[in-house]
Design a protein around this ligand. Structure first.
Ligand code: C2O
Length: 485
């Protein structure tokens, strides 16, 4: 605490600190999360007006973070949420109930449900943008670390450190409804229920969001850059299926700021994490980045004993040995085609705004498709509206976009989900995304025969307010791969 001699100095410091918080940029550093040298002790003398406090700031730690502890628990499977036994459901509910109870018994306990949700809110919208964990190679590693401590806390609260989170395996066609443990009973007596979801207990996720076509596009991504992104760009699955499922469930799940308030979020992200695991195991060439800039990405979390821990991307790359969980069957992995090397095929998009392919390139793509191979269309830096969370469909021309017949249309090419960080940050009107779309034989022939004029339309909007807009991208190109016979 400040003594009287330093009071003036401290009020000056407070003023400066509050200014810093207003800009939000330095707040994370003030809390010791960043690289600032301001000691945590300095915080104790500061009184932040509540209006200056970010809504979901983490409770400050009085001591610096200590490294993740070696985990020697039994390697235990995470299980599909749709097939849990009633004993497993009882346990899962007891764990979330205990976590929710902490919110009232001790709102400052970092293990409470609201505090857990705040971690995601903080890292996705309240913290400085440089800390955000979406739209780059941080996505898979950070969410894995987050779930790891979340899972340990749930385990501790029910006295079972062998507890593992379930995963919502929406990639299995019969599991496209929300797992019933999370929806039934649909009231506050069920600690897994959330009242804000737009998706009903009987709705199913659409094929265009989680079906084999989009799963294959992710799981056959050739490099980590494509699968998991780079320091500045997202990988394929972060859009579809990950973002699409957020938009489909909606309510709290529909924006990153609130997503962690739905227990379903953690089951959704376990499955996203399983995709990473399956992708790694899918081929000897599916390896994670080895750059120090990736491996040394470091984040802090409170563990199950309220110890402030630091964890690096390199601590989570082998979930089995390092974090002590495995996933159940990888049905999807077994049916994946073995695609030989992807080859890029350019278009003259930049000259024409429509997608034109040289004759030789058309032939290359058609041949690959005719012999069972795959073709993908890559759109770089597509501009998408950021005024709401929504899924946009891409069509080959404005007429088809206006009609919006979905995957049944020959001119349908795929989807681009947009998940907002929060509902107040509407000053960001547009953002760019890298988008990868699978192009099948019949669609490719149509694309090649016309001069496609790529167009976006907001899915599910009423016809009179349906927004139809031309695709603006930095580049459009194709890649093709043959299948090993
Ligand atoms: Cu950090 Cu699915 O979001």
């Amino acid at each position: 605490m400040p003594d009287s001699k330093t009071t003036h100095q401290n009020s000056r410091k407070q003023f400066d600190a509050i200014e810093a918080i207003k800009s939000r940029r330095n707040f994370l550093q003030l809390l010791g999360l960043g690289t600032s040298l301001i000691g945590v002790g300095a915080l104790e003398g500061l009184v932040f007006p509540s209006s200056a406090m970010a809504d979901c700031a983490p409770p400050p730690s009085k001591v610096p973070a200590i490294r993740i502890a070696r985990d020697c628990r039994a390697i235990t499977p995470r299980r599909p949420a749709s097939t849990l036994t009633s004993a497993e459901i009882i346990k899962l509910r007891a764990a979330y109930k205990a976590m929710r109870d902490l919110d009232t018994s001790d709102p400052n306990d970092p293990r409470g449900f609201q505090r857990q949700a705040n971690i995601h809110c903080w890292m996705c919208s309240e913290a400085a943008a440089s800390q955000w964990v979406h739209g780059s190679w941080k996505f898979f590693a950070w969410h894995r670390a987050y779930l790891y401590y979340h899972e340990r806390i749930l385990g501790k609260l029910i006295g079972d450190m062998d507890f593992r989170l379930p995963y919502w395996d929406w990639d299995v066609a019969s599991h496209r409804k929300m797992p019933s443990a999370y929806t039934n009973p649909g009231n506050a007596a069920n600690s897994l229920w959330n009242s804000t979801r737009e998706m009903s207990a009987t709705d199913e996720l659409p094929d265009e969001d989680v079906g084999e076509d989009v799963m294959e596009a992710s799981m056959t991504a050739d490099t980590f850059e494509e699968f998991g992104g780079t320091a500045s760009d997202n990988g394929i699955p972060e859009g579809v299926p990950h973002g699409s499922v957020h938009v489909d469930v909606d309510g709290d799940m529909g924006t990153f700021e609130t997503a962690g308030k739905d227990p379903l979020f953690y089951a959704h992200h376990s499955n996203v994490d399983k995709m990473w695991s399956d992708w790694n195991q899918g081929s000897s060439s599916h390896t994670n980045p080895t750059d120090a800039a990736f491996l040394n990405l470091t984040w802090n979390f409170y563990d199950e004993n309220k110890v402030w821990r630091s964890i690096k991307a390199s601590d989570v790359l082998n979930h089995e040995n390092q974090l002590r969980y495995v996933y159940g069957p990888a049905k999807f992995r077994a049916i994946l085609p073995c695609l030989l090397q992807w080859v890029a095929v350019r278009t003259d998009w930049r000259l024409s705004r429509t997608v034109k392919l040289a004759q030789a390139n058309r032939v290359t793509i058609s041949r690959a498709l005719d012999s069972g191979g795959r073709a993908r269309m890559h759109l770089t830096d597509v501009v998408v509206p950021m005024d709401k969370s929504a899924v946009y469909r891409v069509y080959a021309n404005p007429e088809a976009a206006r009609a919006d017949k979905g995957p049944g249309s020959d001119d349908y090419l795929g989807t681009i989900p947009v998940v907002l960080n929060d509902r107040k940050g509407l000053h960001v009107h547009k953002r760019t995304r890298n988008v990868t779309l699978n192009v099948t034989g019949k669609r490719f022939e149509r694309l090649a025969a016309t001069a496609p004029n790529l167009t976006l339309v907001e899915r599910g909007a009423k016809e009179n307010v349906r927004r139809v807009m031309p695709v603006t991208a930095r580049d459009v190109h194709f890649t093709v791969a043959a299948v090993e016979k």
